[in-house]
Write a protein that binds this ligand. Structure first.
Ligand SMILES: [Zn+2]
Length: 220
């Protein structure tokens, strides 16, 4: 089974939107005027297309996202469900799952990283499939959640000071054949750290760093 959010996940969020259950409380304070997010007002609903993978087929699923507005300065903020990453159409389980399989293997190629049981998820309308370059881009994105990782690490160590996580992070080596530039090495390292931190976070708090923490830190 390829990693993906399900249609049920998306429908459940849509129902929360329709029942007015989405609150701005997890959003960070307004960066311009420091108004706390609990004072934000609903500004608009925007339909958003997500790509989920059902039986190896990439299918579109739609759900509304809520935009809030700061009453101080009028800046707007989108609340993202925990299966979403801003500016990405595929869902967070797909993005983290495929990226993790690449960064956690020493010899995997991007061509191999898109495969699930010797098959590549594809679009039902044509011959297009999940592209190796898409995984490359996802790793770029995941490698930049520096603040989220740093904060998650602090919280984890507060909860469990004896955790092996720092040793695991320190031991981490990215094979040289995976990068040509230092910048790419940094992104691969950041992504791999995120995968490790997320696993510890899930095991410790039974929730993802993307449920509240990443939102609170504005996906930085
Ligand atoms: Zn403001």
């Amino acid at each position: 089974m390829p990693p993906t959010a399900t249609l049920e996940d998306i429908k459940a969020y849509q129902q929360k939107v329709e029942k007015d259950k989405i609150t701005p409380d997890n959003l960070p304070p307004c960066p311009r005027c420091r108004v706390e997010s609990m004072f934000f007002k609903i500004h608009a609903y925007r339909e958003r297309r997500f790509l989920i993978i059902i039986e190896m087929l990439i299918k579109a699923a739609y759900c509304s996202l809520v935009r809030f507005k700061c009453p101080g300065c009028g800046k707007t903020f989108t609340d993202y469900p925990d299966f979403a990453i801003p500016h990405k159409h595929y869902t967070r389980p797909s993005i983290t799952g495929f990226s993790a399989s690449y960064v956690e293997s020493n010899d995997m190629t991007y061509q191999q990283a898109v495969m699930v049981n010797r098959n590549v998820p594809g679009y039902p309308q044509n011959d297009a499939t999940l592209a190796p370059s898409t995984i490359h881009r996802w790793i770029t994105t995941l490698g930049c959640f520096t603040q989220t990782c740093r904060t998650a690490l602090i919280v984890l160590l507060q909860e469990n000071p004896g955790s092996s996580i720092c040793r695991d992070l320190a031991r981490l080596i990215i094979p040289q054949r995976k990068y040509k530039t230092n910048q790419r090495k940094k992104q691969l390292t950041g992504c791999r750290q995120l995968v490790i931190i997320e696993a510890f976070f899930q095991a410790t708090f039974k929730t993802s760093i993307f449920t509240k923490l990443a939102t609170r830190l504005a996906f930085s």
